[in-house]
Design a protein around this ligand. Structure first.
Ligand SMILES: NC(=O)c1ccc[n+]([C@@H]2O[C@H](COP(=O)([O-])OP(=O)(O)OC[C@H]3O[C@@H](n4cnc5c(N)ncnc54)[C@H](O)[C@@H]3O)[C@@H](O)[C@H]2O)c1
Ligand SMILES: Nc1nc(=O)c(N)c(NC[C@H](O)[C@H](O)[C@H](O)COP(=O)(O)O)[nH]1
Length: 223
């Protein structure tokens, strides 16, 4: 499986404000770039923190891209994936509508009752890990379900865990020209943080879009 992480951050590395409310960092050109990455992916993954904060839909904005996928024998929209240890995704979340398949990666900490409620609401529930979702196991299960190309759209906790699990191949970051600040605002990679063996990146592209810049990287020595 090939995994590409995409996020939009302020110049000081924040994904949103300290209130963890959705913040529009990207402009039109960058959202179009995001839509292109989604269109190339078999599935788009977010953490439950992002579902609770943003209630994202994660489908394609551009109808022509949906038509092109269908013409190539693929589902019109990529599948959606939520990393959600205990199954906190609301059953009326937009991500659970019938626009595309939605996988919920839960851990053994999710009760069977909650898993049943979520599968009744339309989710394909996959158990991976004991307390928290194990992303090596979870991405392995997605690969078995036919996901060859996975896009990770955040948030900061899940992006950190993807790097810690060694599953990331590529990172694209849009740096918007604003300062958000706040020691508690989510950043590109939160979690516990690395003390050694920092993931090293190879800068492959710099592009000016809207009033910001897209930085593209390959991950070196993916384990
Ligand atoms: N600017 C952007 O590109 C962008 C993208 C996505 C989200 N966001 C913002 O980020 C914030 C949400 O990010 P976040 O970091 O709070 O949440 P997140 O989306 O990264 O979800 C984290 C949650 O997932 C669950 N989880 C289960 N297993 C896990 C594992 N192995 N590793 C990590 N998490 C695991 C935990 O409940 C954890 O709290 C919101 O404010 C949202 O608006 C911004
Ligand atoms: N690329 C990008 N630029 C931003 O400025 C921003 N706030 C996000 N945020 C990502 C987050 O995951 C959002 O929830 C989804 O971008 C919403 O996706 P939908 O439109 O509902 O499909 N992403």
């Amino acid at each position: 499986m090939y995994v590409v992480v995409n996020a939009a951050q302020s110049v000081d590395g924040k994904l949103s404000t300290r209130r963890r409310e959705q913040l529009r960092i990207s402009g039109e050109e960058d959202f179009d770039r995001v839509d292109r990455i989604r269109a190339a992916a078999d599935a788009v993954l977010v953490g439950v923190g992002t579902v609770l904060a943003d209630d994202p839909h994660l489908t394609l904005d551009e109808e022509a891209r949906r038509v092109e996928r269908l013409r190539n024998g693929r589902p019109g929209d990529p599948a959606r994936v939520v990393v959600d240890s205990t199954g906190r995704t609301p059953t009326d979340a937009r991500i659970l509508d019938d626009a595309a398949t939605t996988y919920l990666l839960v851990s053994a900490a999710a009760t069977p009752e909650r898993c049943e409620e979520l599968s009744d609401a339309g989710a394909e529930v996959i158990v991976a890990g004991e307390e928290r979702v194990d992303l090596v196991e979870g991405t392995g299960a997605l690969a078995e379900a036919g996901v060859d190309r996975l896009m990770v759209e955040g948030g900061g906790e899940v992006i950190y865990s993807c790097f810690a699990a060694g599953v990331v191949d590529e990172l694209q970051v849009y740096v918007g020209s604003l300062v958000v600040g706040g020691r508690d605002a989510p950043t590109l990679a939160d979690g516990e943080g690395f003390l050694e063996e920092f993931p090293r990146l190879d800068l492959t592209g710099i592009e000016r879009l809207d009033d910001g810049v897209v930085l593209s990287y390959d991950v070196e020595d993916r384990s």
